[in-house]
Design a protein around this ligand. Structure first.
Ligand SMILES: [Zn+2]
Length: 483
């Protein structure tokens, strides 16, 4: 808006309502001042002889920025940078300016010499706006080496009515300013929301997959499949686990999204929905492994963990262990009683059979208790920074195995063997040396046992530890501000 328009605007407003003018003059003046500053800044940067790209948002009315606008600006700027970099456009980031003044949020950056001509670059800026879901809210502009603006001559359609050019609606004041602004902020909010959910789902599922792979790759492990051998298994090897991990990986994101979108008052209602995704994962696992059960237990436990993270991050910016445990407990409330105690079935799973014979709840019991074994016995070992990573994970496994009534061992060999195994694990966890660790490995070989349930809890420990680390490194996106 130039000064003549400003006067007309003030005059019209004055005729309408004297009060409004008091509120509007000052912002208008500061916007004009901000625009003048920006022009000077562009001129200064242009002196270095590079074309300039500027990125801003079209926010009608005042103020031009607020927390939701700022967050939207941040997400879009990130996308713009990837968009340009992918097309081999290099930004002179050292001279870049990112600021927020009365005219709104602004990013200004020199474009380093490229094989692309300026008109082609202008086309790329337009392509970015056109391709973006909310590109009409943006201004990606270009000035040449002399500081002259490059214009495409195209007029953008109004983002509210889409019936006529935006400039026409603005001049004729076709729309109520408040209506325009709330429409825009609501769109920005839902855009940021979906970006946040997408980043959370990707980062958390990546940490889940990493935890599965770390557990599988940890070597040597007692009785379990590892990089060096098949432990007490004859029907699977390291690559079988790689195959099934790859097969289930694409479903991990869905578990996070389930937690992010869950809005029932009773968390126990989430269990069938988590299982439904888990069952799809089991099908993929069996397809990838020619019908071998490699990861059924961890699919259940990791499903709960990812759901709990989604639910937790829905309303929080940070990972809270107590809240995580409490969500898992609530989702699995009374699960042992409901699913194991009254079950009279002829096709019981190993876990169900063990519960009836020995009264141990297995993975269900662990989940109902909010992964108490993980938090009490597993995680403290991973927290010890002085230990080499592999040793920390091995001691974490031993410490869990010393307490966990592993249904895999109970099913194969019974309680006496489990008890000897647990004692060997306890000794090796506390006094970790080659001899004590070897004793655990040898015992598993001689008794042909494999602590699969404890290995699953190791993977959950690695997952929780990794989420905590990522949170400390501020890897998770902030909450979306309310409009
Ligand atoms: Zn319109």
């Amino acid at each position: 808006m130039n000064r003549r328009n400003l006067r007309t605007f003030i005059q019209t407003k004055n005729d309408q309502n004297h009060k409004i003018i008091i509120k509007t003059i000052e912002p208008l003046q500061s916007i004009l001042a901000a625009r003048e500053n920006r022009a000077n800044l562009k001129f200064k940067l242009a002196e270095k002889g590079y074309p300039l790209l500027s990125f801003g948002l079209n926010v009608p009315g005042f103020p031009k920025s607020n927390p939701i606008v700022k967050q939207f600006f941040g997400y879009c700027l990130g996308e713009l940078k990837y968009f340009m970099k992918a097309r081999l456009i290099r930004f002179g980031v050292e001279a870049a300016v990112e600021t927020c003044d009365a005219a709104g949020d602004l990013y200004l950056v020199p474009i380093l010499p490229a094989k692309v001509s300026l008109p082609e670059l202008k086309q790329l800026c337009e392509e970015f706006e056109e391709r973006h879901l909310l590109g009409r809210f943006m201004d990606v502009d270009l000035t040449d080496e002399q500081g002259n603006a490059l214009s495409s001559g195209k007029s953008k359609p109004c983002f509210l009515c889409q019936a006529q050019p935006a400039i026409t609606c603005r001049r004729n004041r076709t729309h109520d300013l408040d209506e325009l602004r709330s429409f825009m902020f609501a769109k920005m909010q839902s855009y940021c929301q979906s970006e946040r959910e997408s980043i959370l789902a990707k980062r958390l599922s990546a940490l889940a997959l990493k935890s599965l792979l770390h557990e599988i790759a940890l070597s040597p492990k007692p009785g379990l499949v590892d990089r060096f051998g098949n432990g007490s298994h004859t029907d699977m090897n390291f690559l079988t686990f790689v195959d099934s991990s790859a097969a289930i990986a694409p479903w991990l994101e869905e578990l996070v999204r389930l937690g992010l979108q869950f809005c029932e008052a009773d968390p126990a209602k989430a269990l069938p929905a988590i299982r439904q995704i888990g069952l799809r994962m089991e099908t993929e696992m069996y397809m990838a492994t020619c019908n071998i059960n490699t990861q059924k237990g961890i699919i259940f436990l990791m499903g709960l963990s990812l759901f709990a993270c989604g639910r937790l991050f829905k309303e929080s910016e940070h990972f809270d262990e107590e809240q995580f445990q409490s969500i898992v407990r609530e989702v699995c409330r009374d699960i042992v009683n409901k699913e194991l105690v009254d079950m009279v079935r002829y096709d019981r799973t190993h876990g169900e059979e063990i519960y009836h014979r020995h009264g141990f709840g297995g993975a269900r019991g662990e989940a109902e208790g909010g992964f108490a074994t993980v938090f009490e016995y597993g995680l403290p070992w991973l927290d010890l920074r002085d230990l080499p990573k592999e040793q920390a994970m091995q001691r974490c496994l031993l410490s869990i195995a010393a307490r966990n009534n592993d249904t895999n061992i109970l099913f194969r060999r019974g309680p006496a063997v489990l008890s000897t195994f647990q004692e060997l694990c306890r000794v090796a966890a506390v006094d970790f040396n080659d001899q004590n660790y070897q004793a655990v490995l040898d015992y598993c070989n001689s008794e042909n046992i494999s602590p699969g349930g404890s290995a699953d809890l190791l993977a959950i420990s690695i997952f929780v530890w990794s989420v905590r680390q990522a949170d400390q490194e501020a890897s998770f996106p902030p909450l979306i501000p309310l409009t």
